[in-house]
Design a protein around this ligand. Structure first.
Ligand SMILES: Nc1ncnc2c1ncn2[C@@H]1O[C@H](COP(=O)(O)OP(=O)(O)OP(=O)(O)O)[C@@H](O)[C@H]1O
Ligand SMILES: [Ca+2]
Length: 562
């Protein structure tokens, strides 16, 4: 941050560090500390030739009222060497200006501000429109007997803040960091709406929002797209919920306004992430679904109240967070989809067969093997998926896992296919395969075929589960060698089980014809999944189709009784 504009009295100093208008000498190379805003102001002071140590030695600090985000100003009471007490304020320009009754002109003499208030307001607006943060300095003198004499009272003393004399107004530039505009665009494309909530003046906020792409350049925006914290705060809870969705920029917000906005958005069903650095952001960071604080600039309080600390303070990292989060979500979804298909199929086949024939085709050892494929190998194969997937490729998820856990056509279709084909094999397999019905071997051969076809279905299904929302499930498969290796190994193990480990698995050897039958059954899940993905998922979740008539019925009944 740097001071790029400065008004002293009605005089604009150009450039702001021009010392020629003051009777000062070089302030030297001084290390300054404080918040970025304070550092910028102090640097400006140094440039003007201010000598901090001299000024410090000439006065005594009586009381400090630190900068406060709620009031947007901070003050200090000083006792000068001539025993006069002066109270200095610095803070948000238009707020400090409102408490001023006079100003010091370039000769250092007092002038009434009444006629010039419009001039100063315009100066502030001009700076704000150029996305500058405006800070004003003012002071007043104070009678010595107004100052509390004992220590304790002095600590409690509320510094008088009216009847001030304006000293200067500065415009501080905090340029949009490189990469922010792109990150905002990436977020927007991926369905994340970026909003800016700041303590800055509405004009400044609007100009900055345009610079970093939150607002379209030269867009005609009005309330509530861009709103002042005070206006938002005064709305009722219901109104806030409605308005919050439309807000893109909030200016002159207090810490509580940030919190109110997060609450309103969450109530409206949005998943909210908040980034912040200051102590004043802590309540909002805490309330948000995901609080992201800044590692370098961030205060301890902000970090403690956040879930994630961005070490490089770069907004672009938020994009990474979204990508990682969505990848994890997608992986969970894929895993569940895969598990569900296998479990539902196995359950239905065994239950139907047990009820109708009193015998189950898939025995315990076989199911354990299937479980091993599903859980361990399936998870391992998925482990190695490249984590950063292009954000825009991923569907927007929100409102928690449960409501997005849609069982789409694809999954329903696959389970249905497997169940029906295996049931057909169970009941008509022997006659289809021309086996002698009564022998024990025929029964075992049929069950072995069911087991083999079932396992192959799962192996081929692994490919479908890789890309649940893409038609081409093979894209980039060679990059994921672990996946290929695991699926290959599973396939080889299955051959070994059927051909050599029949004793443990209660299976018999299958000839090449039955292997082809199993392979065809397994491989058919590929085209089926592709077709399933081309059928659009209905907007209404499946279960709602049943719930809706019931809800309507209830509503009608209660309307009748009312
Ligand atoms: N140290 C300070 N002294 C005086 N005024 C300040 C100081 N810091 C900020 N301001 C004023 O207060 C406004 C910002 O208020 P606040 O700190 O509540 O907002 P913020 O959005 O959290 O800002 P930041 O970007 O500093 O985190 C600025 O526009 C500026 O006018
Ligand atoms: Ca802040």
């Amino acid at each position: 941050m740097t001071v790029v504009d400065a008004y002293v009295g009605r005089n604009k100093i150009n450039p702001p560090g021009d010392r020629s208008q003051f009777d000062m000498v070089d302030g030297g190379d001084i290390e300054v500390s404080g918040s970025p805003t304070e550092k910028a102001i102090l640097h400006w002071g140094v440039k003007l030739g201010m000598k901090f140590d001299v000024i410090r030695s000439e006065s005594e600090v009586l009381q400090v009222s630190p900068f406060n985000s709620e009031k947007k100003r901070g003050g200090v009471a000083l006792k000068k060497s001539n025993s006069q007490v002066h109270i200095y304020w610095k803070g948000a320009a238009e707020i400090v200006l409102a408490s001023c009754t006079g100003y010091l002109d370039s000769n250092g003499s007092w002038q009434s501000i009444d006629n010039d208030k419009a001039f100063f307001m315009k100066a502030i607006d001009d700076m704000a429109e150029r996305s500058l943060r405006c800070v004003a300095f003012a002071y007043r003198s104070c009678e010595v007997d107004e100052v509390p004499s004992d220590e304790e009272q002095l600590e409690q003393w509320n510094l008088p803040e009216d009847d001030l004399v304006l000293l200067a107004i500065v415009g501080i530039k905090d340029p949009c960091r490189p990469g922010v505009k792109d990150a905002v665009k990436l977020c927007t494309d991926a369905g994340v709406k970026v909003r800016m909530v700041t303590g800055d003046n509405l004009q400044t906020a609007k100009a900055i929002a345009m610079e970093c792409g939150i607002l379209a350049p030269d867009a005609e925006v009005s309330e509530p797209t861009i709103i002042e914290g005070k206006a938002f705060r005064q709305l009722s809870e219901k109104e806030r919920e409605q308005v919050a969705k439309k807000i893109l920029v909030m200016g002159r917000s207090s810490p509580n306004d940030k919190l109110l906005l997060v609450q309103a958005l969450r109530k409206g069903g949005d998943v909210v992430a908040v980034t912040g650095d200051g102590t004043n952001d802590a309540p909002a960071l805490h309330e948000a679904d995901i609080g992201l604080s800044m590692g370098i600039q961030g205060t301890e309080v902000a970090k403690e109240n956040s879930d994630i600390i961005i070490l490089d303070d770069n907004f672009a990292s938020v994009v990474k967070v979204v990508c990682w989060g969505r990848s994890v979500y997608a992986n969970i979804q894929k895993f569940i989809q895969f598990q569900l298909t296998v479990n539902v199929t196995a359950l239905i086949i065994n239950v139907v067969a047990a009820i109708s024939a009193g015998d189950v085709p898939l025995n315990a050892v076989q199911l354990l093997w299937v479980n091993l494929i599903m859980d361990t190998l399936g998870a391992l194969a998925r482990l190695n998926h490249p984590p950063i997937i292009l954000c825009a490729d991923l569907q927007l998820v929100g409102g928690g896992l449960s409501c997005h856990f849609k069982i789409n056509n694809n999954k329903k279709g696959k389970a249905l296919y497997q169940v029906s084909i295996l049931l057909v094999l169970n009941f008509f397999g022997k006659s289809i395969l021309n086996l002698n019905d009564s022998t024990e071997h025929a029964n075992q051969l049929k069950n072995s075929l069911i087991f083999n076809a079932f396992v192959l279905c799962q192996i081929f299904n692994e490919f479908n589960a890789r890309k649940p929302d893409q038609v081409n499930v093979f894209s980039g498969i060679m990059k994921n060698r672990l996946f290929v290796g695991i699926v290959g190994t599973t396939f080889v193990l299955q051959i070994i089980i059927i051909e050599f480990l029949g004793h443990f698995f209660t299976t018999v050897r299958l000839d090449w014809k039955l292997w082809i039958v199993s392979l065809v059954i397994g491989i058919t899940s590929w085209p089926l999944a592709m077709i399933g993905k081309l059928i659009p998922v209905p907007r209404t979740p499946f279960i709602k189709i049943f719930i809706k008539p019931y809800q309507r019925c209830i509503a009608a009944r209660s309307a009748r009784t009312a």
